[in-house]
Design a protein around this ligand. Structure first.
Ligand SMILES: NC(=O)c1ccc[n+]([C@@H]2O[C@H](COP(=O)([O-])OP(=O)(O)OC[C@H]3O[C@@H](n4cnc5c(N)ncnc54)[C@H](OP(=O)(O)O)[C@@H]3O)[C@@H](O)[C@H]2O)c1
Length: 254
């Protein structure tokens, strides 16, 4: 299966890197020419990766076409691109409907996916809607391909995927607080990274609900209970829900 990428930025670089270390490493990859330094760098360092002369040449030379340009330029870049009826198109473009992609390109089979940078290490959990077989195979090679049953669910995953900056912002805030109170930054970072790594491992592997895990990691009258109560009293959960509501609105309005 030949995989073409139109748009060679951060997420394409991560996917190409991941694919070339995966069970699908022998699938040839063809890249669009813009952002030529990144495209040529990938082609020079990884086997079976080439750079095409134009976006149309990428479409013509691939069986699966991955679209990874920014939403702001999607209509301009994709209008006029000719896609064969037998080609599967996988759009990574945020807040852009599959129907629009089909309309711009003439593609018959379009699905959407939300890969995150963890595809480079093949540890991503990637929502795919609709879960077309070739897309499931591709993202399965990059970690776990999550089949999504409807558009509304896919939009919810889109909103949840917008939490990455908030996560690092939270860690940054906790680290800053620790440093202000006298901990060396490196020690605060090592402690916080280990704490959250262990919590994420428990969240990923435990059969308990999050509510049960919360209770299991708290003692009545203890320190964890106190911090969580303060977080709730200060509107922390509502602030997060409001932020997700707003980003979901942006996704569904597009
Ligand atoms: N990064 C993520 O974690 C992530 C996750 C899921 C989905 N996405 C989605 O994936 C898409 C790409 O994201 P990204 O972070 O990889 O963005 P990015 O780093 O900005 O990459 C986009 C690339 O598209 C190129 N481009 C612009 N016009 C083009 C054209 N006419 N023909 C071919 N290529 C063109 C840009 O080149 P120039 O630099 O020369 O403009 C740039 O290299 C976005 O729609 C985003 O919503 C990203």
């Amino acid at each position: 299966m030949r995989v073409g990428f139109i748009g060679v930025g951060a997420i394409t670089a991560a996917m190409v890197t991941g694919l070339k270390g995966s069970a699908l490493a022998d699938w040839p990859i063809v890249l669009s020419p813009r952002n030529v330094d990144v495209a040529r760098g990938l082609a020079a360092s990884l086997p079976g990766v080439t750079v095409a002369a134009s976006n149309q040449a990428v479409a013509d030379g691939s069986d699966v076409l991955v679209l990874a340009v920014r939403p702001q330029v999607a209509a301009e870049v994709l209008s006029g691109l000719r896609v064969r009826p037998d080609q599967t198109v996988i759009s990574l473009i945020a807040a852009t409907a599959a129907a629009d992609i089909a309309c711009w390109t003439g593609a018959r089979e379009v699905c959407r996916a939300i890969p995150l940078p963890f595809v480079a290490e093949r540890s991503d959990v990637t929502p795919v809607f609709p879960p077309l077989p070739v897309a499931m195979e591709l993202f399965g090679a990059l970690g776990i391909a999550l089949p999504v049953r409807d558009q509304a669910s896919f939009d919810l995953y889109g909103a949840l995927s917008a939490l990455m900056e908030t996560y690092f912002g939270l860690l940054g805030g906790l680290s800053d607080w620790s440093v202000q109170h006298g901990l060396p930054e490196g020690e605060a970072r090592a402690y916080l990274a280990g704490l959250f790594l262990n919590l994420s491992r428990v969240a990923a592997t435990s059969p308990l609900s999050f509510e049960a895990l919360r209770a299991a990691h708290s003692t009545e009258g203890g320190l964890n209970e106190q911090v969580h109560r303060d977080f709730v009293l200060n509107g922390g959960p509502e602030a997060l829900a409001r932020a997700l509501d707003r980003v979901l609105l942006r996704i569904t309005a597009a």
